[in-house]
Design a protein around this ligand. Structure first.
Ligand SMILES: [Ca+2]
Ligand SMILES: [Ca+2]
Ligand SMILES: [Ca+2]
Length: 166
């Protein structure tokens, strides 16, 4: 029975895709999400497993460490970590000015280690399911292209907030 519904789904996609792309303006946001999906889907089976997701997260983390590893010695020095912290703060401030203002308890315009830590703790205690869990709408442990796309469509402007933080 599973196969039947799978076939039906495949047929649906085959029918739906051409009409979708025909009516879609090229290069209008959609492409980037599809690109990310393709990147994460390492074995190209059209679904992202948790392992693929975690691998992608690790890659992202490495890429980011590379970005701040200014002397390219493969390690982040104290100063480089500090630069990363400052950059993250600036990003946070630009994207979520209200949340930043709330986190900046003494109002000096920057987050001290303690203030940043409080934000981090609050997030942890927030207990909201991680991005992967939210993307996996039917909770079968993999994120299909459809699940990916529908989340992207519904969560416009919020997705960035869900990116894993080191
Ligand atoms: Ca896969
Ligand atoms: Ca402060
Ligand atoms: Ca799923």
């Amino acid at each position: 029975m599973r196969l039947t519904s799978l076939l039906a789904a495949v047929a649906f996609v085959a029918v739906a895709l051409p009409s979708l792309s025909a009516g879609d303006e090229p290069g209008k946001g959609k492409g980037k999400g599809a690109e990310t999906f393709a990147k994460l889907d390492a074995d190209k089976d059209g679904r992202i497993t948790k392992a693929e997701w975690d691998a992608g997260k690790a890659m992202r983390k490495n890429a980011e460490e590379d970005r701040f590893d200014s002397d390219k010695d493969g390690d982040l020095s104290k100063a480089e970590k500090e630069a990363r912290r400052t950059a993250h703060q600036a990003e946070f401030k630009a994207k979520h000015p209200e949340a930043f203002a709330k986190a900046d308890t003494n109002g000096d315009g920057s987050l001290s280690k303690e203030e940043a830590k409080a934000v981090h703790e609050a997030r942890k205690n927030d207990d909201k399911p991680d991005m992967f869990t939210r993307l996996d709408a039917d909770k079968d442990g993999t994120v299909t292209r459809e699940e990916w796309q529908s989340r992207k469509d519904h969560g416009k402007g919020h997705g960035k907030d869900d990116q894993p933080k080191p």
